[in-house]
Design a protein around this ligand. Structure first.
Ligand code: MTE
Length: 313
């Protein structure tokens, strides 16, 4: 007899009581000491994302209806533009061509890769992933791109490298949010070297079968679906490898609220709100949140020997 084990993401149909309004993160920086870090990295010029879509990867079933395309592309977080959700128009001034990514740190050979050269070396596919923001909203969308480990292979890190660090574009003329001195620009994120090798870790260059919209991180972003959305850095311009755990953007701003690992867990509340449920944007549905955003079958083993770390903030 064929028995199918329900996956973590197969959430029961019943609806649950909506949680109290979730606070935005704007509040926390209001009183925070100004983190005036002067970052002088020049804005990298931009590019066209590929037309290539590739086959849908059937391994990762979404288990939910797709979010409406218009909703996914008009309700965004992109603090380089501003701290509202309504940044999609403002994001259109970001220059995305030509675009290249600098590779540095613990690698066999530091270099700069033009996006069009990168695209010749990877195999594109489509993945329908659930995306869960730390603010307790969620969406389900089809990303086009390639597994992060293909990019890691191209970067050729040294055996002693323990972390991969991702840095987002800074285009002061096109990103008004960079004027805000309370944020420690540039936007930095990091993953451990075994996380980047996991098949779920993805580099997105398209959304809904078209090049990745600027507001969603075009031309190229990280997509890490088992972690809170802030780990999925947009508009990547620099990648480096290191043996020291990096401090990410939100961790630098509020270390008591955001950590390095940031794996989704309904049982570990944010200090200012519950993570037990999530709101599906574009609908009135509130559903229970699932540990590792429902991807535990694929990623839980990464954390078996890290139980002393703060894995869920
Ligand atoms: N990347 C950059 N560079 N700047 C940001 O403000 N916000 C993060 C993440 N990546 C952010 C970022 C957060 S909090 C979330 S939830 C997702 O992007 C939102 O992605 P989306 O707008 O495509 O839904």
């Amino acid at each position: 007899m064929h028995i199918t084990r329900p996956h973590g993401w197969e959430i029961p149909e019943h609806k649950v009581t909506p949680e109290a309004a979730v606070l935005g993160r704007r509040g926390l920086v209001a009183g925070a000491a100004a983190l005036a870090a002067g970052h002088a990295l020049a804005a990298s010029p931009p590019a066209a994302a590929p037309g290539a879509v590739g086959p849908v990867n059937a391994r990762y079933k979404p288990g939910r209806a797709l979010t409406a395309e218009k909703v996914a592309e008009t309700y965004n977080n992109y603090y380089e533009i501003d701290d509202s959700k309504d940044i999609w128009q403002g994001a259109q001034q970001i220059r995305t061509a030509p675009w290249s990514i600098q590779v540095s740190g613990m690698v066999s050979k530091p270099r700069t890769i033009a996006l069009e050269d990168l695209f010749k070396q990877v195999q594109f596919e489509e993945r329908i992933y659930r995306h869960r923001c730390v603010e307790a909203w969620a969406m389900t969308v089809p990303w086009t791109g390639f597994p992060l480990r293909q990019l890691v292979k191209i970067c050729d890190p040294l055996a002693a490298a323990k972390y991969m660090v991702f840095q987002t574009a800074e285009q002061p003329k096109n990103m008004p949010g960079l004027d805000s001195p309370i944020y420690p620009w540039p936007y930095i994120e990091g993953l451990a070297i075994d996380e980047v090798a996991n098949d779920l870790a993805f580099v997105s260059t398209g959304l809904f079968g078209k090049p990745l919209p600027k507001q969603n991180g075009g031309p190229i972003r990280l997509t890490v679906p088992w972690k809170y959305g802030f780990k999925s850095a947009k508009a990547l311009v620099r990648i480096s490898f290191t043996d020291k755990q990096p401090v990410n953007f939100w961790q630098a701003i509020a270390p008591t609220e955001y950590g390095f690992w940031a794996n989704v867990n309904p049982a570990v509340p944010h200090p200012r709100w519950s993570q037990a449920q999530e709101r599906l944007i574009g609908t009135s549905e509130i559903v229970p949140t699932v540990i590792y955003n429902g991807y535990g079958d694929f990623v839980a083993s990464l954390y078996a020997n890290r139980s002393k770390d703060k894995l869920f903030m």
